[in-house]
Design a binder for this molecule. Structure first.
Ligand code: ADP
Ligand code: MG
Length: 296
């Protein structure tokens, strides 16, 4: 059947919903009657009607794609730049965070490493940047390092590690949260190292760590592997030093300042006091050659 012969006879308008479904054009389906009414009342040429429908389809397709990618990213809800208090992190200028959220560094497979004590806002910041990147059309995957390491270990046991790593290649950025909580046995070290080595200079990693690089040999028990991993990670990296007081504790302290006379005994402040005890001696933030922030 040619387009001309279809035009010669009356096209079957009743079959339109089924045809649009078959063509996978859900936004055409949803909006064509409204736009057709506009076209009829305002006397649009057929080309304008068709272009309007195509625009709506493309715009909604993009929205659906971002929603799908957000769901696949496993990013926690609510940790976005909109809810991030930039003033609470004076060591990192707002413009710098916004530049990271714009995502040029992703193009070259560079890395982002946030190091600082518990409650400093590392998870929130990395997730907020991840969120912005997804909205800009990038693929991002957030995971606690221990969860990913367990998955990769299981894949190796099942002899499908290569396929599991290849699946992760589709993400422009993987956010590895709390790398310091990864266990130190030899098997884990090697899957984590394999991930780092595989993505080196091609795909980005964003890493949150409570410990300075000097303590990373507790993550990678073998000194040589530790050095090799850090070397690859920091070669092209932005390193954010976030050794500041816990946000929750500061927020709790602010609340108690307002409520003059009431003691600072929220569960948050108690939890942070406990966290803090392990990270008070956070003197040596990064290994010698990576001490200052380096964006390359
Ligand atoms: P970390 O990962 O460094 O331990 P989190 O990112 O989990 O810290 O932050 C602890 C809590 O404080 C979270 O609820 C987080 O949303 C909040 N928080 C931390 N920093 C900020 C900030 N600058 N603006 C808004 N909320 C923050
Ligand atoms: Mg965290």
């Amino acid at each position: 059947m040619t387009a001309r012969s279809t035009a010669a006879r009356a096209a079957d308008v009743h079959a339109l919903p089924a045809m649009l479904t078959a063509l996978r054009l859900p936004s055409f389906h949803r909006h064509w009657t409204t736009l057709a009414q506009c076209a009829d009342t305002e006397g649009w040429p057929a080309a304008r009607f068709l272009a309007a429908l195509a625009e709506v389809e493309l715009a909604e397709r993009e929205t659906r794609r971002i929603q799908r990618h957000l769901a696949q990213s496993c990013l926690p809800g609510g940790k976005t730049l909109a809810t991030f208090d930039f003033k609470a992190l004076p060591s990192v200028p707002r413009a710098r965070i916004e530049a990271l959220a714009a995502g040029d560094w992703i193009e070259t497979g560079a890395n982002l490493i946030a190091i600082g004590n518990s409650g400093a806002g590392k998870t929130h910041l990395l997730c907020a940047i991840g969120h912005a990147l997804v909205e800009a059309g990038r693929r991002v995957f957030y995971t606690r390092t221990t969860d990913l390491v367990q998955r990769l270990q299981a894949a190796r046991r099942d002899l499908v590690l290569e396929a599991a790593l290849a699946k992760l290649d589709r993400f422009d950025l993987i956010i590895l949260d709390d790398i310091g909580y990864a266990q130190k046995d030899q098997a884990e070290t090697s899957v984590l190292f394999e991930l780092i080595a595989r993505r080196y200079e091609t795909r980005s990693l964003a890493i949150a760590a409570n410990q300075p690089f000097s303590a990373w040999d507790r993550i990678f028990p073998d000194k040589a592997v530790t050095v090799a991993a850090i070397d690859r990670l920091v070669h092209h990296a932005t390193i954010l030093e976030m050794n500041i007081d816990s946000y929750r504790r500061r927020a709790a302290a602010d609340r108690t300042t307002v409520k003059i006379g009431s003691p600072a005994t929220t569960t948050d402040s108690l939890a942070d006091n406990q966290h803090q005890s392990g990270s008070d001696n956070f003197a040596n933030t990064s290994a010698g050659q990576t001490k200052e922030d380096t964006t390359t």
